[in-house]
Design a protein around this ligand. Structure first.
Ligand code: HSE
Length: 309
């Protein structure tokens, strides 16, 4: 039995950007970043009004096909409620189509703001496990979505069903994060399509060893980050689609900085135990169209009843 929510309920969610894969952990490792979108939803008697400011304004659809709306509807349904009308405000900061998890943030934020509405009905809000499951179903892979739900660094995995699950990692405090964001965009669907269906056993062995090592490097041994961020499973295959990113990645690694593609790219993310990146690395980035910013690890999605989180 679905309960229809009354008009006038208000909820807000704040959701982080994320970087997936982290090199060898394809579709598995992820990390939330301290860059946050905010979504506000209010129930109304009828209709749908969406206001988008910042990233995506004037570009994303303002109807039921909007990803945030689809996620809110899914979250409400999972909570056993529905809304006749919705007034939604999206304040977007996470760049779109760069590999920083903007679509995962839209989905996780939509589900979370639905939770803020569900909490005002008699129904049970969705658990973090449910948020991981539902958001990963939207994405088709759990790495960005799990990081956006849980915050911090996360290992996620898929079981038959598919059932998606995730466990947090305690990121070593000496690791500093430097996303490098280009102007150019890239479609994850297109850069997933260039990946081969089958990889050689030797390549699988290489990536398994690096992904396992990366968990150690991220949590206990940052000195191992260079070796632990090597990958042969997706970055070389994606290089032709994003030559500037591939070149910057190679330059960073030649300079001794552990860098990887952020998710499917074209953003790059560097991990360093030094508080700043070398000047020549920053200059190369700026000269090649990258904005390099130091970011902290992000908190998991938060939601609240009312207008502020
Ligand atoms: N693991 C996904 C991929 C992340 O590399 O395609 C997409 O953001």
């Amino acid at each position: 039995m679905t309960e229809s929510l009354p008009a006038g309920l208000l909820a807000t969610a704040v959701v982080p950007a994320s970087s997936a894969n982290l090199g060898p952990g394809f579709d598995s490792l992820g990390l939330a970043l301290s860059l946050y979108d905010e979504i506000q939803a209010e129930t109304t008697d009828s209709g749908l009004v969406i206001e988008v400011t910042g990233e995506g304004a004037g570009q994303v659809p303002l109807d039921e096909s909007h990803l945030v709306v689809r996620a809110i509807r899914r979250g409400l349904a999972a909570g056993g409620v529905s809304a006749s009308g919705l007034n939604i405000k999206c304040r977007n900061v996470i760049p779109h189509s760069r590999g920083l998890g903007s679509s995962a943030a839209a989905v996780v934020g939509g589900l979370a703001v639905a939770n803020g509405l569900i909490a005002q009905s008699g129904s049970q809000p969705l658990t973090l496990d449910q948020l991981v499951q539902l958001s990963s179903e939207f994405e088709g892979h759990p790495d960005n979505a799990s990081a956006a739900v849980l915050g911090g660094a996360v290992v996620s995995y898929t079981e038959p069903g598919p059932v998606y699950a995730a466990v947090p990692l305690a990121l070593h405090p000496d690791i500093h994060l430097f996303p490098a964001i280009p102007q150019v965009r890239s479609s994850t669907a297109e850069t997933r399509a260039v990946l081969p269906e089958v990889i050689a056993h030797t390549d699988a062995t290489f990536n398994v060893s690096r992904a396992a090592l990366l968990v150690v490097a991220l949590t206990q041994r940052p000195d191992l980050l260079m070796a632990a961020t090597e990958d042969v499973m997706h970055q070389p295959q994606r290089a032709a689609a994003m030559p500037a990113s591939a070149e910057y990645l190679a330059m960073l690694r030649r300079s001794g900085v552990a860098a990887v593609l952020s998710g499917a790219g074209p953003a790059v993310i560097a991990f360093s135990t030094e508080p700043e990146l070398p000047a020549e690395v920053l200059e190369f980035g700026a000269a090649n169209g990258f904005v390099v910013e130091k970011m902290a690890v992000g908190q998991g999605v938060r939601w609240t009843v009312g207008a502020g989180v």
